[in-house]
Design a protein around this ligand. Structure first.
Ligand SMILES: Nc1ncnc2c1ncn2[C@@H]1O[C@H](COP(=O)(O)OP(=O)(O)O)[C@@H](O)[C@H]1O
Ligand SMILES: [Mg+2]
Length: 267
């Protein structure tokens, strides 16, 4: 089983303000959503996981190895991060060369890289777009290219930063399926999200960040049951949970399907 342990992580960009104030989290095989208000430190947190930033103090262990002792190249083989804005990630002029870039950097042969890239493009549903320039695609498909580019590297850990921004219903459903498939392959899937319904439908665990601290951490149902604590972090419950709360139920349900199943059992 893959794990990432964060032990008392402190981080600041400037001397004036500490952004992360002692984070202790062990990420395990459960798919994990990171939620919290803008500016709470979520992106900073995932950049530390990826080794793009180094903590001021504290340790991050990937399967027991301190990532401070790993080279950037070694870390890149284990941890993939899909940026919030695909334009910050994409730089090649065809979809296929973009998605092959990471695998080639990792030392795969051209044939292996191409095979890996094609598999990743199939997973995200962009099989017939290999020769297209990513910048001729809409933002939603360009996001899928940036996801495929990381998936193709076959890392143990895949981190998404706000993947559902600018996605319509179909795009969100596709991303949900990609995340579930990656989880089923045994990868650690971590995502920053602002869409609570998407979190409720897709993830096992939720971690709530507020002002550089972890406010809540647990399975999604437990986290989303705590309306008052969520409000401290300026978060809403997912819509089905809100409905259960408004109806005065003691237990919340996470999705309309769960709610309907409960109602049908009652009837
Ligand atoms: N490169 C940077 N230099 C200085 N401050 C930064 C930098 N990046 C982010 N911050 C600050 O760190 C805090 C946390 O930012 P961030 O991790 O991006 O939050 P989130 O992803 O939760 O919205 C914010 O107050 C932000 O302004
Ligand atoms: Mg962010």
């Amino acid at each position: 089983m893959n794990t990432i342990e964060m032990k008392d992580i402190h981080f600041s960009y400037t001397e004036k303000e500490e952004i992360l104030k002692g984070i202790n989290i062990t990420i395990d095989e459960r798919s994990t959503a990171i939620i919290g208000q803008n500016g709470a430190g979520k992106t900073t947190f995932v950049k530390l996981l990826k080794g793009l930033l180094r903590p001021n103090s504290g340790k991050i262990l990937l399967n027991g190895t301190d990532i401070a002792d790993m080279t950037v190249a070694a870390l890149a083989k284990d941890i993939g991060l899909i940026f919030q804005n695909p334009n910050d990630q994409i730089f090649k002029n065809t979809v296929l060369s973009e998605v092959m870039f990471g695998p080639l950097q990792m030392g795969m042969s051209k044939a292996q890289a191409e095979e890996s890239a094609r598999k990743a493009l199939e997973m995200v549903g962009l099989m017939n777009m290999e020769k297209i320039n990513p910048y001729d695609l809409g933002l939603s498909d360009r996001k899928l290219v940036s996801i495929a580019a990381i998936v193709a590297m076959d890392t143990k850990v895949i981190i998404f930063d706000e993947p559902t921004i600018a996605q319509d219903y179909m795009g969100k459903e596709r991303i949900k399926k990609i995340m579930k498939d990656l989880r089923a392959q045994g990868k650690i899937v971590i995502s920053i999200l602002h869409d609570m319904d998407f979190v409720a439908e897709t993830f096992e665990r939720a971690i709530v960040f507020a002002k550089g601290n972890v406010l809540l951490d647990g399975d999604v149902k437990t986290v989303f049951s705590q309306k008052d604590v969520l409000e401290e972090a300026y978060l809403e419950q997912p819509s089905t949970a809100k409905l259960c709360h408004e109806l005065g139920y003691g237990e919340i349900f996470l999705t309309p399907e769960e709610f309907i199943a409960m109602k049908q059992k009652e009837a």
